[in-house]
Design a protein around this ligand. Structure first.
Ligand code: SAM
Ligand code: SF4
Length: 448
């Protein structure tokens, strides 16, 4: 009988995408996926290290598996991703029943490591350098109609709160030809939406050169090239960095029919003092200035952001500055984080860590403000009609979840095949979703 595997993914889109690669590798190795832990012979935790509670969750999950493995000695447990890269040998010291620890740069070795674990016991590969781009690995994509495309793994910045550069290494851009080849392949398989992934998409290409030229490729040029790929109807990207943002990206968003009118534009803080301490080298006025230009250039654009509350040394005045910028920016949505000290980052050793209860109280005020603003923004959409792409539905087929180009979630009544485009008239609004009535279906993405 074929061996079955189960993957649990934690964290961001990069990890979701890595899990598709892990799934592709295991499938290529002759295994089949399952959602049932009891029948899984290979269990993979693809982990996140951004905040401390991610650590706690992993070790909680591993504790649970210890008993299951005692009952099923053939079970193999794999810890992959950012925590594997961060904790390395400590994982198997703390949980000796883990068979394989595979870091962010060692994914291509996964099958080999599993094989060696059968023969020789626990294995670990946490090499520090990516020899093979993840894109060269097979991917078992989660959806048939949309896909993530990694354009530049790693990060060259050193935001003082962030562990990403430590666990993902320096930025390495893929060649434009490589990215285009993947997007073309996806389009041929019926994918209609791609999301280009990088920690700082604006610096895409900084480490490349254009053949027979002294120039480097620019992110805006990449957007324009992907826009030309036949069959791709929606192009998204995440994340641009306010420090490296350039007007040519706004022009490309405005001029490329398939580039969606949405931008995730991480602000982190509205206080210049805190931004400086975070080593985020833009200031609040510059951030707001970019937002004005983006909204002017791309009318109706949806804007989301990331904000950290309780960075070391954040005073009540700094926090009020953040609330002020949030009010002025009028984000459609925000991912709000409580600051979590990460080992090895500069901010973890800063004095003046903010007490937990103060962080919690500020966090609640920020969330309440953003909820109000999100609802106001959502209500502005009622009565309007948008093209939406159906992403999934409830099990009984009574309703479907779809998304506008501006990245708003729209609930529709009735069953719809994922991958269907339809126009929908918005009838109601809540902070995190809209409700709509479908007009005539427009088209369905070809089945893969
Ligand atoms: N590269 C992206 C950027 O520069 O905006 C950020 C990627 S990170 C995976 C996603 C978000 O996690 C960050 O924007 C930040 O808000 C949050 N984050 C990162 N480190 C954190 C920490 N130590 N504590 C709390 N939130 C954190
Ligand atoms: Fe982390 Fe800053 Fe790099 Fe984003 S840009 S991944 S926050 S170091």
């Amino acid at each position: 009988m074929e061996r079955r595997y189960l993957i649990r993914t934690f964290g961001c889109q990069m990890n979701e995408h890595d899990s598709e690669r892990i799934s592709g590798l295991l499938t290529a190795g002759g295994m089949t996926p399952t959602e049932d832990l009891d029948e899984a012979e290979v269990v993979v935790f693809n982990t996140c290290a951004i905040r401390e509670n991610a650590d706690n969750r992993l070790y909680g999950n591993l504790g649970h598996l210890k008993h299951l493995k005692a009952a099923h000695p053939d079970m193999r447990i794999v810890v992959a991703g950012c925590l594997a890269q961060k904790d390395q040998g400590a994982i198997q010291l703390r949980a000796p029943w883990v068979d394989v620890v595979v870091g962010t740069h060692a994914l291509p070795q996964l099958l080999e490591l599993l094989h060696r674990a059968e023969e020789d016991g626990p294995q670990m590969d946490v090499r520090e350098y990516t020899e093979v781009f993840p894109s060269a690995l097979p991917a078992a994509r989660h959806d048939a109609f949309r896909a993530w495309v990694s354009i530049a793994p790693g990060c060259d910045n050193r935001c003082t709160f962030c562990i990403v550069p430590l666990v993902r290494g320096p930025q390495r851009s893929r060649s434009v030809g490589d990215v285009l080849a993947e997007v073309q392949m996806l389009a041929r398989r019926g994918v209609v939406e791609v999301t280009l992934l990088g920690q700082n998409v604006n610096t895409f290409g900084r480490d490349l050169s254009i053949p027979e030229s002294s120039r480097r490729p620019l992110f805006a040029e990449l957007l324009r090239r992907v826009d030309e790929v036949e069959g791709i109807r929606r192009i998204r990207f995440t994340s641009p960095h306010p420090h490296d943002f350039t007007p040519d990206v706004i022009e490309a968003m405005a001029e490329c029919d398939n580039v969606c009118e949405h931008i995730h534009f991480p602000m982190q803080s509205g206080s210049d003092r805190v931004l400086r301490a975070m080593q985020r080298s833009y200031r609040r006025d510059r951030y707001l200035g970019w937002l004005d230009r983006i909204r002017e250039g791309v009318p109706g654009v949806g804007v989301s952001t990331d904000i950290i509350v309780g960075f070391p040394g954040e005073t009540e005045k700094d926090f009020v500055d953040t609330l002020d910028v949030v009010e002025r920016a009028g984000f459609d949505s925000a991912y709000t984080f409580q600051y979590s000290p990460r080992p090895g980052t500069r901010a973890a050793s800063f004095e003046e860590q903010v007490p937990k209860e103060v962080v919690q109280e500020r966090f609640e005020r920020l969330v309440a403000l953003q909820e109000r603003i999100s609802l106001e923004r959502a209500r502005e959409q009622v009565g309007r009609t948008f093209e939406v792409l159906v992403e999934g539905g409830d099990r009984k087929g009574r309703s479907a979840k779809s998304r506008t180009r501006t990245n708003r979630l729209v609930h529709l009544p009735g069953p719809f095949e994922p991958g269907t485009f339809t126009d929908a008239k918005i009838t109601d609004a809540a902070p995190h979703h809209l409700s709509g009535e479908p007009l005539a279906p427009v088209s369905t993405a070809a089945a893969v």
